[in-house]
Structures are given as structure tokens and as C-alpha cells.
Design a binder for this molecule. Structure first.
Ligand code: NAD
Length: 260
């Protein structure tokens, strides 16, 4: 799994998402994160299928929306996604949120899709430790990934450690907190010190922690900026400064997984 990808939440179906992916592929992005609920799987598929980059070098993630849980419904929803993407398989299929009370049946369908090679890996999103414990109790296959809200203001250290100990990759959604952290004085100071932008400081910090990042943009300059983070290293003391920005639950701006 690449350590950096392009998120496409709110990238419009059609030209906007296609152009963003086309450009991202050109400059080296190989992971694309969509979801049924983003309503842009057709454009994501078009851009990838028409690209000169081989399909097996590209990592495509999509997600099951909340109203499609249950064994048969999950299989149907997966078929709809794969038809829109116009692909034989995806690289990662995620349960978008731990809702609905049918996670066990849903996960059975995920395992079937994995065993049939229709998705090369299966995982979850927005799962807290108790959701993961419940899932793992009845699972035959462990989730490969947990995609969670993660940025300097919401670091979820206990959950991240739990995932690391179980060999579950942590993937950060809204790694830039949708811009909320850019004006933080600590981030601004570090941006000056390293000659980088606040976005690059934040993304590099997450990368150094071993968290997969999928910042979203449809603008070429930002898509490029967000990928130019492999030519510098944040020193240990500065990593600690960013760690100290954690606001715990107060830093969460998305929905809480228990109340979604
Ligand atoms: P993000 O933190 O990636 O922020 C995106 C916004 O930040 C953009 O709309 C743009 O306005 C701005 N931005 C991006 N790069 C910038 C730059 N270099 N300089 C200045 N501004 C910049 O937020 P996101 O889109 O919410 O999250 C990223 C991806 O994570 C999504 O696109 C989606 O794929 C995924 N996601 C998943 C879930 C989930 O529940 N699993 C929830 C939200 C997002």
C-alpha cells in the first residue's frame, strides 16, 4: 500500500475528479481513495482505466456506505461500486462507519469478496477499539486498515497504538484537518524553519509516524505540494512539538463514530 494517496471526497463526478487523478498519476500518486457516498466512482475509474500506468501499480480504495450493511446488501453494493469503477477488483474495500448493527454479516460478505479476489484487501473506517474488538472476535480475516480522522489536533494515540499492535495499518482521513491547523503558530514556525508549507509539515509529520495519508485537492499546485514531502525530515524535538498540539476529543471536527 502506498504511504501517500489522493482523497477525492467532494471532487465532483466527471471532469473535476478525472483531471485531478490524471494529474496526480502523472506526478507519481498511486493511491486513490473514493467511496460509494462520494458519487464519483465512475470518474475515478475512467481516469485510472485510461491512464498509461498499469492497473496493478495503482491502489484503489472504495467504501461501503451505511445503508448497505448486511450480507446480501453488501455484495450488491460492492457490485455497484465495481461496475461504476469499471474494474475487475479493488485494492481495498472498507466499511465506511461502524453503524447499523449488522457488522458481523457485513464482514462475512467482505471476507467472501476477499476470498474471491474481488478486493485484494479488506478493512474498516472510523472504528474505535471497542468496534475492532467486536469485529475481531467473529472475524476469520483481520482488517488490514483502519481509516480514521487523524491530524495534529486529533491524534487518537491509544487507537493508533492498538492498531499498530494488531498489525492494522492506520490511514488518516482529513490529514490536513481541512485547513484548520494551517494557522497554528507551532506549525507556522516549523514551516518557516524547514522552508516548507504548513500542509507539507503536517503531512510529513504523519508520514514519519507511519500513518498513511490521503490529502484531498483538485488543484494541481496543491496536489503537487502535498506530495513534495520526501525531501526533508522533521527532527525528533519538532515531532514532539507537533505531538503536543493534540486536543483529544476537542480536536475532532468530524462525527464521533459512536454517535454517527
Ligand atoms: P483534508 O484534510 O485532506 O483537507 C482537504 C482540504 O484542504 C481541501 O478541500 C483544500 O481546501 C485544502 N487543501 C488541500 N491541500 C492544501 C494545500 N496544500 N494548501 C492549502 N489547502 C489545501 O480533508 P478531507 O478531504 O476531508 O480528507 C481527505 C480524504 O480522506 C477525503 O478526500 C476522503 O478520501 C477521505 N475521507 C474519509 C472519511 C471517512 O469517513 N473514511 C471522512 C472524510 C474524508
Amino acid at each position: 500500500m502506498p504511504c501517500l494517496g489522493l482523497g477525492v471526497y467532494k471532487a465532483s463526478e466527471g471532469g473535476e475528479v478525472e483531471e485531478a487523478i490524471k494529474y496526480a498519476l502523472k506526478i507519481g500518486y498511486r493511491l486513490f481513495d473514493t467511496a460509494a457516498i462520494y458519487f464519483n466512482e465512475t470518474g475515478v475509474g475512467k481516469a485510472i482505466n485510461h491512464s498509461a500506468v498499469a492497473r496493478n501499480e495503482i491502489f484503489v480504495t472504495t467504501k461501503l456506505w451505511n445503508d448497505r450493511h448486511g450480507f446480501n446488501e453488501t455484495l450488491k453494493a460492492f457490485n455497484e461500486s465495481i461496475n461504476k469503477l469499471n474494474m475487475d477488483y479493488v485494492d481495498l474495500y472498507l466499511i465506511h462507519w461502524p453503524v447499523g448493527g449488522k457488522i458481523v454479516e457485513t464482514w462475512k460478505a467482505f471476507e467472501k469478496l476477499f476470498n474471491e479476489g474481488r478486493t485484494l484487501s479488506i478493512g474498516v473506517s472510523n472504528f474505535l477499539e471497542h468496534h475492532l474488538n467486536d469485529l475481531i472476535d467473529s472475524a476469520e480475516i483481520m482488517p488490514a486498515v483502519n481509516q480514521i480522522e487523524f491530524h495534529p489536533y486529533l491524534q487518537q494515540k491509544s487507537l493508533v497504538n492498538y492498531c499498530k499492535n494488531k498489525g492494522i495499518v492506520v490511514e488518516a482521513w482529513s490529514p490536513l484537518a481541512r485547513g484548520r491547523v494551517f494557522c497554528d503558530p507551532t506549525i507556522e514556525d516549523l514551516a518557516k524553519k524547514y522552508g516548507k508549507t504548513p500542509a507539507q509539515i503536517i503531512l510529513r509529520w504523519a508520514y514519519q509516524l507511519g500513518v498513511v495519508i490521503i490529502p484531498k485537492s483538485v488543484h494541481q499546485n496543491r496536489i503537487k505540494e502535498n506530495a513534495t514531502i520526501f525531501d526533508f525530515k522533521i527532527e525528533y524535538d519538532d515531532m514532539k512539538k507537533i505531538e503536543s498540539l493534540d486536543k483529544g476529543e476537542e480536536g475532532r471536527f468530524g462525527a464521533h463514530p459512536d454517535n454517527f
